[in-house]
Design a protein. Structure first.
Length: 132
C-alpha cells in the first residue's frame, strides 16, 4: 500500500512537471509563431503589394504618358476586383493591354464605377490616345 502511494505521488509529481514543461513549450511555440508570423506577414505583404512603378507601366504595354496617380487608380480597380472574386487571374486579366480588356470593363461594371468617362480618359492617356 505504501509503495502504491509513493508510486502515485511520484507519478503525480511527474505529471505536474510534464504539464508545466508542456505549457512552457506551448507558450514558447506560440511566442515563436507570433514573432515569425509577424515577420512573415510583413515580408509577404511587401512582396504581395502590387507595384505601380514605371516598369509595370511598360510591362503592361502602355504606350502613353506615365502618370503614377492615374496608374495607381486604375490598378486599384483591378485589385478591388481581385479582392471581390479572389481569383488570381482576374488581377492580371484586368490589367492586360494597359487596362484595355473586357475584364477591366467587367470589373468597373461589377464595382459600380460611377465615373466611367473619366476612367476611359485615364486609359486613353496611358495608352497614348487610343482606347482599345
Amino acid at each position: 500500500m505504501r509503495y502504491r502511494r509513493v508510486l502515485m505521488n511520484h507519478r503525480s509529481s511527474q505529471s505536474v512537471r510534464y504539464t508545466r514543461v508542456g505549457w512552457v513549450c506551448v507558450a514558447f511555440g506560440f511566442w515563436l509563431q507570433l514573432i515569425s508570423g509577424n515577420l512573415i506577414d510583413k515580408s509577404s505583404s511587401l512582396l504581395n503589394r502590387h507595384s505601380v512603378t514605371k516598369r509595370s507601366f511598360y510591362d503592361l504595354q502602355c504606350k502613353g504618358v506615365y502618370d503614377k496617380s492615374i496608374f495607381a487608380r486604375l490598378d486599384q480597380i483591378c485589385e478591388d476586383c481581385y479582392n471581390l472574386f479572389r481569383e488570381p487571374s482576374i488581377y492580371s486579366l484586368c490589367r492586360d493591354d494597359c487596362f484595355s480588356t473586357k475584364y477591366f470593363g467587367g470589373c468597373c461594371e461589377t464595382l459600380l464605377c460611377e465615373d466611367v468617362a473619366e476612367i476611359q480618359d485615364m486609359i486613353k492617356q496611358l495608352n497614348g490616345g487610343r482606347l482599345v
